[in-house]
Design a protein around this ligand. Sequence first.
Ligand SMILES: [Zn+2]
Length: 243
Amino acid sequence: MPTFETEAIVLRAIRFSEADSILSLLTFQRGRVSAIAKGARRPKSRLGGRLQPGVRVHLTLHEGRGDVHGIRGAALVEPNAGLWADSYRLLAASAVLETAMRALPEHEPSDGAYHLTTRALGLLARTSPRQRPPRLDPLVLGYRTKLLVAIGFLPQLSGCVSCGGDVASTAFSARLGGTLCDDCAGVADQVGHPVLAALRQLLGAPLADAEPMDQGVAEGVEHLIGEVLLEHLGVALKSAASR
Ligand SMILES: [Zn+2]
């Protein structure tokens, strides 16, 4: 059975049997994969402490017969220790990790998605609380917006996706793939200009420069991204508010 090496971000770790952990990993080489860390939860395990959510590691993985890889070795690349120093950071990071876990397909590597996730966690590990609740932190919303670009689901955010009109748009349809003019809006979701402006700002600026916004605008951005993920992937994020 082949063995390979890759850098990876731990997205989730679940207890399994007495001493093992099942990990969801975002790997640089193979995209999102599952792996079992045997003995990781034994007190003296050299693996265990390194394989926590949000941590970047260099892994030696063994391809098993099923879908779950085995972990043969792990070396820390970046612990992102700041994520555990503060509950705000931890909650915001959880929202990023959940988004990666549920929006990124298995076994489809994407340099863009990997580097974006790495960057978002690195920034969150040093950020100060600045927008309540933490799931609406501009880094979380900026991460999700840019992830839509990385996975090819970015909607059209100006003009009318239905008639091609260049007028100011007042509605949004995830199914049609973007904003709509008054005449074409029909039953589509009404969406305010500040929400669309905030989305364009998040898209255009580097992640580190994502700005806090009014709570209503942040909720509008979260909702719109949620609609796109639901439409394309059937995914409803648990870390986002449901309406
Ligand atoms: Zn139209």
